[in-house]
Design a protein around this ligand. Structure first.
Ligand code: T4K
Length: 378
């Protein structure tokens, strides 16, 4: 039996390339606190992401958390529960109140028709997620934000390299927060970044990522330590050289999945969005049990029997997490609940063999065939 295939596998440069990138650190002894690699990585990201400003952070979560702190937000933040724990936790850890908005059933991003109904005099911001790299309805979100004077912070953790209408995705909103975690399309081992326009906000964010230190003898903010170290920045610099190749390889995997799975009864695929250059970050499928014959969980188990370890991103919804003690009414986000019970994200990463991708598809098709002919599951 083949080795386990996971939902993703970190992309890495050749070892020699990384060693060459970090070699200078052995003479400089400058390992963190905004060193040379940090500066170079920041400059290259501004260019690659096609944005005005980038601030580097330790991870995507701190990007979200410190962005809200740097905006001095108070009150309620409209967001979605169909996301990773980080999005909601960043709101709550800022002492803000998440107000959960439902998602679209086709692209899983925030349903803009529901946002205005949730605006109150306590609303300070909207925090939508470009989930799986799918682009939110940025025009409508912008219109609503302007109408009510709200900040817009995009959780762009999944969206590295995505562009919409030729513009880098980091150009939308007051801030866009990226994750460079090992499991992402682009990684710096751990890492994150915020793209923004307002330079004053940028200075505040910079200060907060360094304990709130303004000068050698002035500490006038209660900040954190969220500085990207030189080893992570060096990994980012290396991976950035290969990012286009990584995305192209993922495109081929996604195409292969589409060829096999498009039109299969009971399977719905992630949409191909108009005017969007995708990064193929994830390959989610929605399983409708009555048509497919087996449930999402049964398919998950079936694939696991063949050492294919898929994930249920994002189940459970964040508004059902035990840490919130039933505070939120999940009935208010019925579409998110529906999708979270049916979604399965299939393995996708640049080095995934096309033959294995085909094999995964055959297992899925076989599961469907057997389930349909009722010989499946006894
Ligand atoms: N917002 C959103 C919408 C997010 O999805 C995330 C993170 C964030 C914000 C916060 O960004 P960060 O603070 O993380 O930068 C993973 C990641 O840890 C997390 O970054 C990611 N979202 C989330 C969707 O997935 P897990 O607990 O599912 O990861 P784990 O350890 O099970 O890894 C999944 C698979 O990846 C493994 O089965 C194998 C592979 N892998 C994993 C690691 C750790 C590797 O190939 N190399 C590795 O080093 O959360």
């Amino acid at each position: 039996m083949q080795d386990k295939i996971f939902v993703t596998r970190s992309s890495m440069p050749e070892l020699d390339e990384y060693v060459e990138e970090i070699r200078g650190l052995w003479s400089s002894h400058w390992l963190t606190n905004m060193g040379e690699k940090h500066k170079k990585f920041q400059e290259q990201l501004i260019h690659y992401l096609n944005v005005d400003n980038v601030e580097l952070l330790t991870n995507g979560h701190m990007a979200l958390e410190l962005t809200m702190q740097a905006m001095h937000l108070e009150g309620e933040v409209i967001t979605t529960p169909f996301t990773f724990a980080s999005t909601t936790h960043a709101i709550v850890r800022n002492g803000l109140e998440p107000v959960f908005c439902d998602i679209n059933s086709d692209d899983f991003t925030i349903n803009v028709e529901e946002i205005e109904k949730l605006v109150t005099d306590r609303t300070c911001a909207i925090l939508p997620v470009h989930v799986y790299g799918n682009v939110c309805n940025v025009e409508e979100i912008d219109r609503i934000a302007r109408k009510y004077g709200l900040k817009v912070i995009y959780d762009a953790a999944h969206s590295f390299g995505v562009s919409y209408q030729g513009k880098g995705i980091g150009q939308f909103g007051d801030a866009a927060c990226f994750s460079f975690h090992a499991t992402k399309v682009f990684n710096s081992i751990e890492g994150g970044a915020v793209c923004f326009l307002d330079k004053e906000f940028g200075r505040e964010l910079y200060r907060l990522k360094n304990f709130g230190i303004r000068g050698p003898e002035i500490v006038d903010g209660v900040g954190a330590n969220a500085k990207m170290n030189e080893f992570c920045a060096a990994m980012g610099l290396c991976n950035l050289r290969h990012i286009n190749e990584e995305i192209e390889k993922r495109r081929k995997i996604a195409e292969c999945y589409r060829n096999y799975l498009e039109g299969v009864e009971g399977i719905r695929l992630n949409p191909v969005q108009r005017l969007v250059n995708s990064n193929y970050a994830y390959f989610p499928i929605i399983i409708e049990e009555t048509d497919f014959g087996a449930s999402r969980n049964e398919l998950y188990e079936e694939l696991a029997k063949h050492n294919i370890i898929t994930r249920k991103y994002f189940y459970p919804l964040t508004n059902t997490f035990a840490c919130f003690h039933n505070k939120y009414d999940v009935g208010k986000t019925p579409v998110a609940l529906y999708i979270s019970k049916r979604v399965l994200t299939l393995p996708i990463y640049g080095d995934l063999d096309l033959a294995i991708t085909e094999k995964i598809c055959r297992i899925i098709l076989d599961c469907h065939r057997r389930a349909a002919s009722k010989s499946f599951f006894g």
